[in-house]
Write a protein that binds this ligand. Structure first.
Ligand SMILES: Cc1cc2nc3c(=O)[nH]c(=O)nc-3n(C[C@H](O)[C@H](O)[C@H](O)COP(=O)(O)O)c2cc1C
Length: 176
């Protein structure tokens, strides 16, 4: 499965976008990968809102740059706004836990699917957690809980950066 490892190494947070616009069909392929991701009780507690026009993209940028953060989004042409929906768990599970207990995990997994699919299609993405939620809900007319935004476009960088991560021994222990 070297192809998969290569894809993992290729996916990185893109903070330098080219001018090139993204075909909405490609973004929908990324959403399709997100749609197929696993979730607790198959509850799929997510909805993706896609922005791929300059007027709405400007509004998104205004909401992901608190205190001057994420200025790189000025050059990003498209965004996926990922919202949390009510999770309907299986009755025997729902009897024991709050319905939204795993919703954020589920959303994180689906966002990973989106980003990996994007990388496979030659697109760059950056997951953005710094979102002014109330402002975004108002500007874009979204009534759901906004969890993440995924900046989506073509990278202007030639080569992927080297990954900086904890060593395997530091983040994994084989219990004996
Ligand atoms: C939940 C989450 C929120 C993030 N929020 C931001 C953000 O607001 N701005 C940003 O530039 N990167 C953000 N990132 C990207 C991380 O900084 C990045 O994934 C990490 O540094 C590893 O680098 P890589 O994605 O290039 O491998 C976020 C990532 C995740 C998973």
């Amino acid at each position: 499965m070297n192809d998969f490892k290569d894809l993992i190494l290729k996916r990185e947070s893109c903070r330098n976008y080219s001018e090139k616009r993204v075909d909405t069909a490609l973004i929908l392929q990324c959403v399709e990968a997100a749609r197929l991701s696993p979730s607790a009780c198959n509850s799929q507690p997510w909805k993706y809102y896609i922005v791929n026009d300059e007027e709405n993209a400007k509004k998104v940028r205004q909401c992901v740059q608190p205190d001057g953060a994420n200025k790189f989004t000025d050059k990003c042409p498209a965004f996926a706004i990922v919202t949390e929906q009510t999770a309907t768990l299986k009755p025997h599970v729902a009897a024991r836990v709050h319905s939204q207990k795993w919703a954020e995990n589920d959303i994180g997994l689906s966002v990973a699917h989106y980003c990996l699919q994007a990388a496979d299609l030659g697109l760059g993405t950056c997951i953005i957690g710094m979102v002014e939620e109330d402002k975004m809900r108002e500007l874009l007319g979204i009534n759901d809980k906004i969890r993440l935004v995924i900046a989506t476009g073509y990278s202007a960088d030639e080569n992927p950066r080297e990954k900086k991560r904890k060593a395997l021994e530091e983040m994994c222990e084989i219990l004996k």
